[in-house]
Design a binder for this molecule. Structure first.
Ligand code: URA
Length: 230
C-alpha cells in the first residue's frame, strides 16, 4: 500500500494533509525519514508520524442495536449521533451504513469499508432490510400483493421495488424492502391508508440483530456475517 494511503486510512489525516506531512519529513518508515508519498509499504513495516507508531486499523464491521433519540449521522445535531455509543479507537473513521429515523430502533451496521457499505445500500444488490412494524390500523391482507407489485409513494414518479409483507397480528407486520428511500416504510403504509406507530429493524441481508444486544449495545460482526454481504 502507498505510504500516504496507509497514513490516511489509519489516522485522522486526509490524503492531502498526509502527503504534506510526508513531504515535510514528519513520517518515518523503519527509522528512515521518507518524503515520497508514493512509496509502497509492507505489512511488517513500522510507520511513525510525529514520533508515534501508526498501528493499522484493519477494516471494522459492527452491529448496533439503535435506541430511539439517536441519529444515524456522524455528527451530533438535535440528537446525539449513534457513533457516540461506540467507544473504539478512531471512531471518526467509521461510517453508518444507511439511515434509520430518529425514532426507529434496531439493527444498524457501521463500518469503515466503503465498498462493503455500498453493497448493503445499493438497490442493485437486492440486499433486503426487514422491519418489525407496529401499525395504527388493522392490516388488510390485500397489502401483501400491493407491496409485492410496488406502490407509488407521494411525490414520486416510480413505484417501489417488490417488497415482502408478512402479517403477524392485526396491527403487527414484518416488511422487507430492498431500497432505502426517504422514510420509505412509513410512506408505504401511509400510501395504503395506515400509519406506522413503531419501527424496529431486525435484519439486513442475512445479518440478524443479535437479541443479546440491549438498546445502545454493539458488537463486531463475525467473519461469516461480513462475508455474507457480497
Ligand atoms: N423506513 C422508514 O420510514 N424509516 C426508517 O427509519 C427506516 C425505513
Amino acid at each position: 500500500m502507498r505510504l500516504d494511503k496507509y497514513l490516511c486510512q489509519n489516522t485522522h489525516l486526509t490524503r492531502s494533509i498526509a502527503k504534506k506531512a510526508i513531504a515535510s519529513g514528519q513520517v518515518f518508515v523503519n527509522t528512515q525519514c521518507i518524503k515520497n508519498s508514493a512509496i509502497k509499504i509492507k505489512e511488517q513495516d513500522d510507520i511513525t508520524y510525529l514520533g508515534k507508531t501508526i498501528t493499522s486499523l484493519s477494516r471494522r464491521y459492527l452491529m448496533l442495536n439503535k435506541p430511539p433519540h439517536y441519529i444515524c449521522s456522524t455528527q451530533n445535531e438535535l440528537y446525539p449521533s449513534v457513533l457516540t455509543l461506540i467507544e473504539v479507537q478512531s471512531v471518526q473513521a467509521l461510517r453508518i451504513v444507511g439511515r434509520l429515523d430518529v425514532d426507529t430502533t434496531g439493527l444498524v451496521l457501521i463500518t469503515d469499508d466503503g465498498q462493503w457499505s455500498h453493497r448493503v445500500t445499493s438497490p442493485k444488490k437486492e440486499c433486503y432490510k426487514t422491519y418489525q412494524v407496529d401499525l395504527a390500523e388493522d392490516i388488510n391482507s390485500d397489502a401483501i400483493q400491493h407491496f409485492k407489485q410496488g406502490i407509488l409513494l407521494k411525490n414520486e414518479d416510480h413505484v417501489t421495488l417488490p417488497a415482502t409483507l408478512v402479517i403477524k397480528e392485526r396491527k403487527k407486520v414484518l416488511l422487507s424492502i430492498q431500497e432505502g428511500r426517504y422514510h420509505q416504510v412509513k410512506r408505504m403504509f401511509t400510501a395504503i391508508g395506515n400509519h406506522v406507530k413503531a419501527l424496529h429493524r431486525v435484519r439486513i441481508g442475512s445479518i440478524i440483530l443479535d437479541t443479546q444486544l440491549k438498546e445502545g449495545e454493539w458488537r463486531y460482526l463475525t467473519p461469516e456475517e461480513i462475508s455474507s454481504i457480497n
